[in-house]
Design a protein around this ligand. Structure first.
Ligand code: CA2
Length: 148
C-alpha cells in the first residue's frame, strides 16, 4: 500500500512564526511524524511539499495508478484552487484533507475549501497529529475496499 502526503505553500515554514495558530513543531517534526506513521502501519508513505500550484497538480497526476491514497493539506490553495480539485477528481484516488489549524474558527476567506467536495474526510485543528489520523483512516478505508 502506498500513501502520498502532499503539503502546499509555506508548510515548510512551520514552527518559525505563528505558534499560537500552527503550534511549535517545525516542518522536520511533521516529516518525522509522517515517516514514523508509515513505519508503525507498515505502509509506504511519501511526503511532498511545494509552494507551486502547478507542481502540486503534476504530483497528483503522477500518482495515478501508483498511489492508493492521498493526504493533502493544500494550505492557502485550499481556499482558491479549482485546479487541485480537478486533479484529484481526475485521478480518482481516495483523499483526506488535513489542516493543522482549526480553519472553521478563522477568517471568512478560509471557510471555503475547494478540495473538500472531493475528499472522503476532513481533519482540522488537531495540529500535526491530524496527518497521523489521516494516514490511519486511509489505511483502514483502503483495506476495507480491498476486502470487498
Ligand atoms: O491550518 C492549515 O493547515 C492551513 O492549511 C495552513 C495554511 C493556511 O493558509 C490555511 O488557511 C490553513 C498556512 C500554511 C503555513 O503558513 C505559515 C504561516 C506562518 C508561519 C508558518 C507557516
Amino acid at each position: 500500500m502506498k500513501i502520498l502526503v502532499i503539503n502546499g505553500p509555506n508548510i515548510n515554514m512551520l514552527g518559525i512564526r505563528e505558534p499560537g495558530i500552527y503550534g511549535t513543531q517545525d516542518y522536520m517534526s511533521l516529516r518525522k511524524l509522517i515517516e514514523d506513521t508509515g513505519v508503525e502501519c507498515d505502509i509506504n508513505v511519501e511526503e511532498y511539499q511545494s509552494n507551486h500550484e502547478g507542481d502540486i497538480v503534476d504530483k497528483i497526476q503522477h500518482a495515478y495508478g501508483r498511489v492508493d491514497g492521498i493526504v493533502i493539506n493544500p494550505a492557502a490553495y485550499t481556499h482558491t484552487s479549482v485546479a487541485i480539485l480537478d486533479a484529484l477528481k481526475a485521478v480518482g484516488i481516495p483523499t483526506v484533507e488535513v489542516h493543522i489549524s482549526n480553519v472553521s474558527a478563522r477568517e471568512d476567506f478560509r471557510q471555503i475549501s475547494y478540495v473538500r467536495q472531493y475528499c472522503v474526510k476532513t481533519i482540522s485543528g488537531l495540529g500535526i497529529e491530524g496527518y497521523r489520523q489521516a494516514i490511519l483512516y486511509l489505511k483502514d478505508l483502503i483495506e476495507f475496499k480491498r476486502s470487498k
